[in-house]
Design a protein around this ligand. Structure first.
Ligand code: 13P
Length: 254
């Protein structure tokens, strides 16, 4: 069966003390589930702390971004190998905030995707349309363009040990969740595009939904046939909410 995942994205939040309190509150309530992975993508400086706090829990630490470069004179950058070295297992690639606010292009996202894989990290490739693009009726075309930018250089290898996250930009941090039907429709487009490269691997690819996922809407989203879990921003900073989302996934597996 396809792997399911619920992954938190803390974004630019946290401190040593706040992280320890959040993980402790989460661990108190968290029960693992066969067939599903729970992860948290933390600011790079807190990865080593997260790896230690999450040791032996089955919860995977992850990074939120990585450098396109491998080593050398690139002041301020953090490479994929460094992230793996301090305990990251997952790495978000091409989040819409990186694309919109920090200028990550489709081509740069493809390079980062390859760097993550080469370092043994599982990339979580984010795709998604803006409100203007949805209203212009180009949602599917945008998502396919973003996927193709990664599939073109990496081919079939892009479908191995990777995760895709559909995050409509208009649903991120806005409280506006895509309906489960809207999510399912785009997830099906993503899987169909991947199937053109390799149908077997496309059938196994976890495709997560992200954008205002909460405990209250998770079960409905996760009930969709092509929604394999969630990438969770704001609600991952609240232990009770995040466990609620995780439990919505566990309930589907039990
Ligand atoms: P919110 O859950 O806060 O809408 O953020 C979604 C997201 O961007 C996860 O990567």
């Amino acid at each position: 069966m396809r792997r399911k995942l619920v992954v938190g994205n803390w974004k630019l939040n946290g401190s040593l003390a706040a992280n320890a309190a959040l993980v402790a509150a989460f661990r108190q309530r968290f029960l693992p589930a066969t067939g599903a992975v729970c992860g948290v993508c933390v600011p790079a400086v807190y990865l080593a702390q997260a790896a230690e706090l999450l040791a032996n829990t089955g919860i995977e630490p992850g990074a939120q971004d990585l450098s396109r470069e491998v080593r050398g004179a690139f002041t301020g950058e953090v490479s994929a190998a460094m992230l793996a070295d301090v305990g990251a297992k997952l790495c978000i690639v091409g989040h819409s905030e990186r694309r919109a606010l920090f200028g990550d292009t489709d081509e740069q996202v493809a390079v980062k995707f390859g760097r993550a894989k080469a370092a043994g990290l599982t990339p979580i490739l984010c795709v998604g349309e803006t409100l203007a693009e949805r209203e212009a009726g180009v949602t599917d075309a945008v998502v396919i363009r973003q996927l193709d930018a990664v599939l073109a250089p990496h081919g079939r290898a892009a479908l191995e040990n990777a995760v895709v996250a559909y995050e409509p930009v208009w649903a991120i941090g806005t409280g506006k969740t895509a309906t489960s039907e809207q999510a399912q429709s785009v997830h099906a487009v993503i899987r169909a595009r991947l199937a053109k490269v390799d149908a077997g691997l496309a059938a196994e690819m976890p495709i997560l939904y992200g954008g205002s996922v909460k405990a209250a809407n998770a079960a409905e989203l996760f009930a969709m046939p092509d929604v394999d879990g969630g990438l969770v921003g704001g609600a991952s900073l609240d232990a009770q909410e995040f466990v609620g989302i995780w439990n919505a996934m566990r309930a589907r597996l039990n």
